[in-house]
Design a protein around this ligand. Structure first.
Ligand SMILES: *Cc1c(COP(=O)(O)O)cnc(C)c1O
Length: 399
């Protein structure tokens, strides 16, 4: 039987069974649902996109997979070249992996080894933000600050290699003053903390972080697994503030197949070039640079550019702000909107109990968690459909 994610299997209600998916819609036996969360924020082009399907089919007829150890292939090379030219500045060096969590692990390993290769063995600590989420593998779980993983703290105690700070300037300054000579990196989900509660913060925080990282020679890592490809209203937050290492996943393949990439700048990459074999990056997921995943990623980027997704996203933000303008309820603590993301935070998590079924009956698939009701729609959504999603959110409070 299936062991479902993040569920208490004893009390879990049966999941909805999907039998077809097309555009922004999921189909169950008896319902047509707008997927208001884009299958965990990844299916930005919608389901069964003809061009994405064709890209995979074409590659499938050549070969589905070969390993990247000692071999290479056109899809991987083309994707690396595309990312090199598409990503800002000298974020040019692409290390592929099979999931966002693994790509974050790679970034963390890179940052540590960067200093080891340099002969600095005291830079063993990672600076991270409270309420951050960086994945489900063990190290990313420790670096994140997700309440779901606080059982680890109970069992192990807090890792003394990770320092968590709140997202404010004072704490940032103080952390750098106090820990700078033992930090190898500062890792953040830039501007928008997703799984930690759709928390949004100002770009000035990242600008200050960049300056401090420069001043103290600490590497800045942007985990844009969720924020990349336009979700914040920026193509990448890295377009505005430049990190040393950038992690992309989720929407990279248009949500078609699990794939991710850790992109390093020249400074980081060069630190691994050496006559000393032990300075090499020792990592290699079996399915890294899977040809089907690379082919569909390339096509997904092409669609993103060709169809001017950035203006679609600003339209989504504009409609969302218009529709939510002035909406309040005594149960609502905060309504946050940024780019293609809206979050309604309630004071009491119980006030969202039953919302999923309510939305289902109105033709919207939603998956609120803790105190957060949110939408991250596919970018191909039409105005009337987006309004339907937002009306459903509002209607819950107007019952
Ligand atoms: C989803 C997510 C991850 C983990 O990606 P997986 O592909 O699920 O392993 C890491 N970081 C952020 C910010 C995410 O949203």
């Amino acid at each position: 039987m299936i062991w479902y994610p993040y569920e208490q299997m004893k009390t879990m209600k049966p999941p909805y069974k999907i039998i077809d998916a097309q555009g922004i819609y999921l189909y169950t036996e008896d319902k047509k649902l707008i997927d208001s969360i884009s299958s965990w924020w990844s299916v930005i082009h919608g389901y069964k996109n003809k061009e994405l399907n064709d890209a995979i089919k074409e590659q499938l007829d050549m070969f589905a997979h070969v390993m990247l150890g000692g071999l290479t292939h056109d899809p991987a090379q083309a994707l690396a070249e595309k990312l090199k030219s598409w990503l800002p500045c000298d974020l040019d060096y692409c290390f592929f992996s099979d999931s966002g969590s693994v790509a974050v692990e790679v970034a963390i390993k890179m940052a540590l080894q960067y200093y080891v290769n340099k002969g600095e063995f005291n830079r063993t600590k990672v600076l991270a933000l409270e309420h951050s989420y960086h994945g489900d593998t063990f190290r990313t779980m420790e670096i994140g600050d997700d309440v779901d993983y606080h059982f680890v703290l109970q069992a192990y105690g807090k890792s003394d290699k990770v320092i968590h700070i709140p997202t404010d300037m004072d704490s940032l300054e103080k952390a750098f003053e106090q820990y700078h000579d033992c930090l190898n990196c500062f890792i953040v989900e830039p501007l928008l903390q997703g799984a930690g509660g759709m928390r949004m913060y100002d770009i000035s925080f990242l600008q200050r972080a960049r300056k401090l990282c420069d001043q103290y020679e600490v590497l800045l890592i942007f985990d844009e697994v969720a924020t990349g490809f336009g979700r914040t209203g920026h193509r990448f937050v890295a377009d505005v503030v430049l990190p040393d290492i950038l992690v992309l996943g989720k929407a990279l393949t248009g949500g078609y197949i699990g794939h991710a990439v850790t992109v390093a700048n020249k400074k980081v990459y060069k630190r691994f070039l050496s006559d000393n074999q032990s300075h090499a990056l020792m990592h290699g997921p079996t399915f890294m640079a899977n040809p089907l995943a690379c082919s569909v990623s390339l096509k997904a980027i092409e669609l993103f550019e060709k169809n001017d997704y950035m203006s679609k996203i600003s339209k989504i933000e504009e409609i969302t702000r218009r529709e939510m303008c002035g909406f309040t309820d005594e149960r609502i603590k905060d309504i946050r909107i940024m780019g293609g993301c809206i979050c309604v935070e309630v004071y009491n998590a119980d006030d969202l109990k039953g919302y999923q079924e309510f939305a289902y009956n109105r033709g919207v698939f939603s998956r609120p968690f803790l105190n957060y009701m949110y939408a991250m729609v596919p970018y191909i959504i039409e105005e009337a459909e987006l309004v339907q999603v937002l009306d459903t959110m509002k209607a819950w409070f107007l019952r």
